[in-house]
Design a protein around this ligand. Structure first.
Ligand code: 4AD
Ligand code: MG
Length: 462
């Protein structure tokens, strides 16, 4: 007999038919005549109830059916007698694949804290919560590719190992095959990178944008979707050292087109989750965040506010709220400021534009005022910045001037400047932090809980 997945049995199973299921035991209860086993196979947050006539099975075998054990059961699908489920399986035959010793298996009871589960990241996918989060994560990744494919964008694979620093922020992980404690030296006693694997210093990428621009200025509209790495020592609920980023880049888009795309994109993704991840969202709504579904629906149906940084600063200066970090024109906004604008003042997502050039990257298009650049950050409730992007500086002269002002080493950038040298075009793009999106969609409070294996300062165990 072929195995049927539990999600299918619970939604479209035919009562009276023989079925075979495979999965992990979540709970077992019962008495000396009958045992009820809740089985989960990862296909849905819901468990399938197995009913076993205790007389029919070997006592030793049944003893080993404990929480965490893996088994295969065959029997008849019947309408359920008890409440809580519509169908259940009356089991005829049982095969145990793997036992889980109750003395040592850590996931015995329900309701472990998320902090505890982070310490057993290797097992937490077997909990209801992480089953939901991981299924939603998958659905969002799929929806991202679908959105771009349906809108004429090409998926461009940009390198993970790079010789340049895209954001100019300097928080990069070095990649080397040189012996760390004893690298070869030049006559001037500097590390001799000519002998390194790539013949020069290299790092893990902080963004695929610069290479993405090369793609956009040839293919028109591209997107990247891959891991990015930042060695910033920020131990917050919103930062990872290894996170995934989606970066669309579009030729001929100005800032307004860029904002329109960002808004349409996020609304599409949230709507996709509402349409396709209903059971998982309902579970998270009930268990963690009673306003989750309502918040998701409201984002899909309201226009995002569009506001300049300068006007945003005015609101923050005049609001009378005490902030930990000071607010003044020129200050980099902290998440407390972003969340005040979104949650208190406007009560909907905000796209903030035209930031001071000093606090933004070198590649952003400079405004006429000489002070601001055509940046756009999308700010979301509970999270703050979810997207960062801009129109790009297309003038070689202005770009070169900014690079010089910031003392950026052009030796590693000549190929990027070539885009402005040959057939330059107005263009724009942005980066959506995949895990920040997932924080919003799942309602989870900590970014460590929306990625299977979190990489944060002092933590790379699993
Ligand atoms: O604002 P950022 O630094 O922008 C860029 O990297 C641009 N190159 C994007 C572009 O225009 N193509 O990062 C973009 C987004 C942020 O808005 C945030 O959602 C996410 O990436 N992000 C992080 N997510 C998790 N952990 C971190 N340490 C993150 N740093 C940025
Ligand atoms: Mg940013």
């Amino acid at each position: 007999m072929e195995r049927t997945k539990i999600a299918k049995l619970l939604t479209a199973g035919e009562v009276g038919k023989p079925v075979m299921v495979k999965g992990w035991v979540r709970t077992k209860r019962g008495n000396k005549n009958v045992a009820f086993v809740a089985l989960n196979d990862g296909s849905t947050v819901h468990h399938l109830q197995l009913v076993l006539d205790v007389q029919k099975f070997d006592e030793d075998l049944l003893k080993k059916v404990t929480t965490g054990a893996c088994l295969c059961a065959a029997g008849n699908l019947v309408a359920s007698q008890g409440g809580g489920q519509s169908v259940e399986v009356v089991v005829d035959s049982l095969e145990l694949y793997g036992t889980a010793d109750p003395e040592t298996y850590p996931l015995q009871k329900k309701g472990h804290s998320l902090e505890f589960l982070r310490e057993i990241s290797h097992l937490r996918p077997r909990t209801n919560t992480f089953g939901c989060v991981l299924r939603i994560r998958h659905a969002m990744a799929y929806a991202i590719h679908k959105f771009f494919n349906d809108n004429g964008f090409y998926y461009l694979h940009t390198p993970l190992i790079t010789g340049s620093d895209a954001e100019g922020a300097g928080a990069m992980f070095q990649v080397t095959t040189l012996e760390v404690g004893n690298p070869p030296r030049t006559p001037k006693n500097e590390v001799d990178y000519a002998q390194d694997f790539f013949g020069k210093p290299t790092n893990l990428t902080v963004s695929g944008q610069l290479e993405g621009e090369l793609g956009a200025l040839a293919l028109g509209e591209i997107y990247t979707f891959g891991p990015t790495f930042r060695a910033e020592n920020s131990n917050t609920p919103r930062h990872l050292a290894e996170f995934w980023m989606i970066e669309p880049e579009m030729a001929f888009y100005e800032i307004k087109d860029n904002m329109d795309l960002a808004e349409k994109f996020i609304k599409y993704l949230v709507q996709y989750a509402l349409d396709n991840c209903r059971d998982d969202l309902q579970f998270l709504n009930d268990m963690y965040d009673k306003e989750l579904l309502q918040r998701l629906q409201s984002v899909c149906s309201t226009d995002f506010v569009r506001l300049s940084y300068t006007d945003g600063i005015k609101i923050l200066e005049q609001c009378g709220q005490k902030f930990e970090f000071p607010v003044y024109w020129g200050a980099d906004l902290q998440s407390e400021h972003e969340r005040y604008l979104v949650e208190q003042h406007f009560q909907r997502p905000v796209i903030l534009t035209d930031y001071p050039k000093e606090i933004k990257a070198f590649y952003m298009k400079q405004n006429e005022d000489g002070k601001t650049v055509r940046a756009m950050d999308v700010l979301f409730p509970k999270i703050g910045e979810i997207i960062g992007g801009s129109q790009r500086e297309e003038s070689l002269e202005k770009l070169q001037q900014r690079i010089d002002e910031l003392n950026i080493d052009t030796k590693t950038m000549w190929w990027y400047l070539d885009t402005r040298r040959f057939g330059s075009a107005p263009h724009s793009g942005f980066g959506l932090g995949f895990e920040r999106l997932l924080l919003f969609v799942t309602g989870m409070g900590n970014i460590r809980d929306v990625i299977p294996f979190a990489r944060t300062p002092k933590n790379a165990e699993f």
